[in-house]
Ligand binder design. Sequence first.
Ligand code: HMG
Ligand code: MG
Length: 303
Amino acid sequence: MSPLPRHVHLVEVGPRDGLQNEKQEIPAAVKIALVDRLTAAGFANIEVGAFVSPKWVPQMATSAEVFAGITRKPGVVYSALVPNMKGFEAALAAGADEVVIFGAASEAFSQKNINCSIAESVERFRPVAVAAKAHGKRLRAAVSCALGCPYQGEVPIEAVVEVVRRMADLGCDEIGIADTIGVGTPRRTSAVFEAAARVFPLGHLSGHFHDTYGQALANILACLELGVATFDTSVAGLGGCPYAKGATGNVATEDVLYMLHGMGIETGIDLDAVCAAGELISAALGRPPHSRVNRALAARKAA
Ligand code: HMG
Ligand code: MG
């Protein structure tokens, strides 16, 4: 076990992963207000939207408007998901600082989510990677279904390693290992990250955990014990992928902050400000924040 990281970097994915699966139309102004609140809370990286087909994910159709409306803080990375060159061109026009290509360790999920095989997806990502470098954009990759697939079930660790290797070959600055459906448990999570670290530096790997089975915090702790220091989290525990039915939201940012700060790990992020952002977006969606820490702190304040 290596010493725990002293500082952890959180990527706030609420405006993208958090909202992409919402059926009701969320006005761009609400998304802009959310991103601005998250900027003020101290995040160094915020996933603002996705430049994907609006037929596939209608909620993300306002991403250009959202990018145009946010107030940017110097030094903060505002990122966008892009599945192909069309998405990259849109992200470039919107002024995204980082583009996120997203592949899968499961063939079945790759087909359902981006309508092509893993090998085809890597060929689509190749020109995106070249263009990102040419334009000085940071390049991040997500590897979905690293701990299980909604269609194929178990995903072999070697399949994850193979996709991480292919993403590494594209020149990614960071590769995120994603538990898309939140089925992973800590020992398996450690094994996947240890295996991925054989082909890509551990310091540039990040964790993305959906919390469907309530395992996300335990999985993050397992990663911290290996020395992983970057995680995606979602304010108010929003989230889900339209092509991963039954999967609930990402691990709530508030819950992760409470755990990290309680362990003496710095994040540079203000928990109270994140709670307020969580309340803002949850009120817009007409439900309470799906974060135990948010609800516990609100109850304490009210008492
Ligand atoms: P396709 O139908 O195979 O694409 O979809 P196509 O190239 O044949 O194009 C079909 C139509 O889409 C055309 O329009 C294109 O112009 C348009 P039409 O002529 O029919 O009017 N199109 C686009 N429009 C806007 N932006 C684009 C774009 N590309 C093509 N970039 C495609 C392939 C990849 C486009 C589609 O499958 C898609 O958009 N999929 C996105 C799915 C998605 O966003 N899923 C959620 C995000 S991933 C996730 O949540 C997992 C993650 O959180 C990690 C984890 O938890 O695992 C990251
Ligand atoms: Mg996700």
